[in-house]
Design a protein around this ligand. Structure first.
Ligand SMILES: *C/C=C(C)/C=C/C=C(C)/C=C/C1=C(C)CCCC1(C)C
Length: 256
């Protein structure tokens, strides 16, 4: 190879390797074979990105009253996608639970889901603004209790109990409180089905999180693998699958 040719390749290569992004790429530990929790972080990151594009694009297809619901679904998956990128890096490079990113994500996406539930409730019946705030307060109590327990500020069992109180209060509100008593019979069948789906999501879908917490902290020692895989699967159900269910109702309602 001529000297000129060497210069032609060597100079840019040297420059490139001194750039910060190239340096960090060299340190990147990658995804280890057998790291199924890490793989779930990767898979779900991508699924969240694709879902976001899908929900946003589909807002053009549905009638006006469903556009906000689909937009909120897209915001939930967008916020989660960005947090999954960071959580994935923490997990892949340290093998520890990305607790802070997880709870910052939940602190944004859970209230957004509450907004979504409220929009659906309102489509079924006349509902007070106070009901919305009670659902919001229940969510905050649930998440603050969980975080304090996971981060070690309080005993793990106490954090679990506080979290459960917040969640049970939300369940009370949607089954027996104002939201629960709301008579949905005037609403179209598809809206009523969105309402009942919402209840099942908050009951069964959300129950997966305390199971993850229990397996992660209370079933003898700390089990980061069980904790993260269970939380990740719960997010697929409660963020992506829930969005798809709402999308299905929105399309059916819009076309009828
Ligand atoms: C998109 C993220 C969602 C829907 C996150 C939901 C999180 C929960 C329902 C967490 C619930 C918890 C309990 C009910 C008790 C133990 C502590 C928590 C925070 C894991």
């Amino acid at each position: 190879m001529s000297f000129n040719k060497i210069l032609k390749y060597a100079v840019p290569a040297t420059l490139l390797s001194s750039l910060p992004f190239a340096a960090s790429a060299a340190e990147f530990t990658g995804l280890a074979a057998g790291d199924f929790v890490g793989m779930s972080f990767w898979l779900i990151s991508m699924a969240l990105v694709a879902s976001t594009a899908f929900f946003f694009l589909e807002t053009q297809r549905v009638s006006a009253k469903w556009k906000t619901s689909l937009t909120v679904s897209g915001l939930v998956t967008l916020v989660a996608a960005v947090h999954y990128f960071y959580m994935r890096d923490v997990w892949v490079s340290t093998g520890t639970s990305p607790t802070e990113f997880r709870y910052i994500d939940w602190l944004i996406t859970v209230p957004l889901l509450m907004v979504e539930f409220y929009i659906i409730l309102r489509a079924c019946t006349a509902i007070s603004g106070g009901c919305f705030w009670r659902l919001m307060i229940g969510s905050i109590v649930m998440l603050v209790g969980g975080y304090l327990g996971e981060a070690g500020y309080i005993n793990a069992t106490l954090g679990f109990v506080i979290g459960m109180v917040g969640w049970i209060y939300i369940l009370y509100e949607i089954f027996a409180g104002e939201a629960g008593k709301a008579n949905a019979s005037d609403a179209p069948a598809s809206v009523q089905s969105a309402f009942s789906t919402m209840r099942w999501i908050v009951t069964i879908g959300w129950a997966i999180y305390p199971i993850g917490y229990f397996m992660g902290y209370m079933a003898g020692g700390v089990n980061a693998d069980a904790l993260n895989i269970i939380y990740n699967l719960a997010d697929v159900l409660n963020k992506i699958a829930f969005g798809v269910i709402i999308w299905n109702v929105a399309v059916t309602e819009s076309e009828s």
